[in-house]
Design a protein around this ligand. Structure first.
Ligand code: CAO
Length: 440
């Protein structure tokens, strides 16, 4: 074994070329002729192959460096018993595959194999590759894409149409990570690769900016995240804000809670809101519906199961109060308490989180003025409740202190029109402002 310097061979007429891609890293074991870096002049780009086989100990160049013939690229631990490849200009290195007609590729517009049709060898490979992220490669577009030869080979191996990949390197050159990101997205979107046409998030090393700590997401976090993401991207959301004067409701609630305190019963504001929601669902049946899987039929529900978002140390869960229309304020209050305890103790059964018609997310106990909740699909609307606040309200002759509850209703605009959204929250507000109306 010996340690050798690997230097830039004769690269033709170029005095100085820029390193635009590092194809290896320290610790990698490479074979003679494997590409080490890609360089680019104002006219051409080319890959510099290794003259030796061995393990890379230290890279001596970085992205953006300018190098010339004789520049040291890296230090390599070499097995002396293996014969080295004689130094040659990169363009003379025999291609490894037919897809590699030359290590050198030309101008940006021509940074493609001169022949735009893939060789039999590579074409076979593409066809044999089962879950190709693209249905068909457009050879003209592929040939025009701005990418180095090794990236082109990589794209061929994976069956990726380079013409569809957006480059994130300098001057929008496509790198290996762009291809990996494209494939990941294509796989996660069922292979169409066209889901939203957005670029994947780049991988960022945050530690370069300061101290960091990595925490894995809980199972609930991951499941909720996937679910919310699907709702967010598939449902056209609109959020209608409104408010309710709950001065009388709160006075009544406090009085009832005081009277029932000796029996260990507490009526929470949320129980009244569940009641008011049920009354509003009865008045506006479209809010108590779901689109079927074809998206062409609306399933109207004749039952009233209300989901209540519960914040737990492990993440958000939404247990369901079944047949809320059949239950008293006391029963609903107790059920919310029991379900929240079960949720925080991770004791909820799947059946206790299923069958919801409409959900309520109450952040009133925490704070905030308004927010835009995400519809809990396949439901079509969700009510966000924020913290009530005493406010001066004009009663026609003077300002009166009134307790005002902010409401935020998000709904699926495919099912509910804006006018109905406003009608629903007005109705809900009326119910909460005068709870006698809920008895009717
Ligand atoms: N305005 C002012 N005060 C309110 C209020 C409101 N809108 N809602 C509740 N409060 C008060 C309650 O009266 C109670 O005060 P007292 O103890 O003095 O009576 C206090 O806030 C705490 O209430 P609570 O939050 O324990 O009880 P709740 O019935 O209102 O809510 C539950 C229960 C399970 C919904 C709640 O604990 C919770 O988890 N909320 C978070 C839900 C969440 O994370 N949503 C976001 C989902 S993402 O869209």
């Amino acid at each position: 074994m010996s340690i050798k310097e690997i230097v830039v061979p004769d690269i033709g007429d170029f005095d100085s070329v820029e390193v635009i891609e590092l194809l290896v890293a320290e610790g990698d074991v490479v074979q003679a002729e494997d590409s080490l870096i890609t360089v680019e002049s104002d006219k051409a780009s080319m890959e510099i192959p290794s003259s030796e086989s061995g393990k890379i100990l230290k890279l001596k160049v970085a992205l953006g460096d300018n190098i010339a013939k004789g520049s040291v690229l890296l230090m390599m631990e070499v097995d002396d018993s293996v014969q080295a490849v004689p130094e040659e200009a990169p363009s003379k290195v025999p291609p490894k595959t037919a897809e590699k007609p030359a290590q050198e590729s030309i101008k940006r517009e021509q940074m493609a194999p001169a022949k735009s049709t893939p060789s039999k060898a590579s074409a076979g490979k593409v066809q044999g590759h089962k879950p190709s992220p693209t249905a068909k490669i457009d050879e003209v577009r592929f040939s025009k894409a701005y990418a180095s030869p090794s990236v082109r080979r990589f794209a061929r191996e994976l069956g990726v149409d380079l013409g569809k990949v957006e480059g994130t390197s300098r001057k929008n050159r496509i790198n290996r990570d762009d291809i990996k990101g494209f494939v990941k997205k294509a796989m996660s979107t069922g292979g169409s690769g066209t889901a939203l046409g957005v670029k994947p998030m780049p991988e960022i090393d945050f530690s370069q900016f300061g101290d960091i700590e990595s925490q894995s997401l809980s199972k609930i976090n991951k499941l909720t995240g996937e679910f919310l993401h699907r709702s967010w991207v598939t449902v056209p959301h609109v959020t209608q804000f409104d408010e309710a004067d709950i001065t009388e409701m709160e006075a009544f609630r406090k009085q009832m809670s005081k009277e029932m305190e000796k029996d260990g019963i507490k009526i929470t504001p949320l129980a009244f809101i569940v009641w008011a929601v049920v009354a509003s669902l009865k008045a506006f049946p479209r809010f108590n519906s779901s689109l079927d899987s074809t998206g062409e039929n609306l399933i109207l529900k004749k039952y009233f199961n209300i989901g209540v978002a519960v914040d737990t140390p492990n993440g958000l869960v939404v247990p369901v109060i079944k047949e809320a229309d059949q239950k008293s304020l006391v029963e609903i209050s107790q059920e919310i308490r029991e379900l929240a305890i079960k949720a925080r103790d991770k004791k909820l059964k799947p059946s206790e989180m299923q069958g919801g018609c409409f959900s309520i997310s109450s952040l009133g106990g925490i704070g905030g003025t308004k927010f835009t909740p995400i519809v809990n699909t396949p439901e079509v609307a969700v009510l966000g409740v924020s913290r009530s606040k005493m406010e001066p309200v004009w009663n026609g002759s003077e300002f009166e202190p009134r307790l005002i509850l902010p409401l935020s209703l998000s709904y699926d605009h495919r099912v509910i029109d804006g006018a109905d959204g406003a009608r629903f929250t007005s109705h809900l507000s009326k119910m909460l402002s005068d709870i006698r109306r809920m008895m009717v």
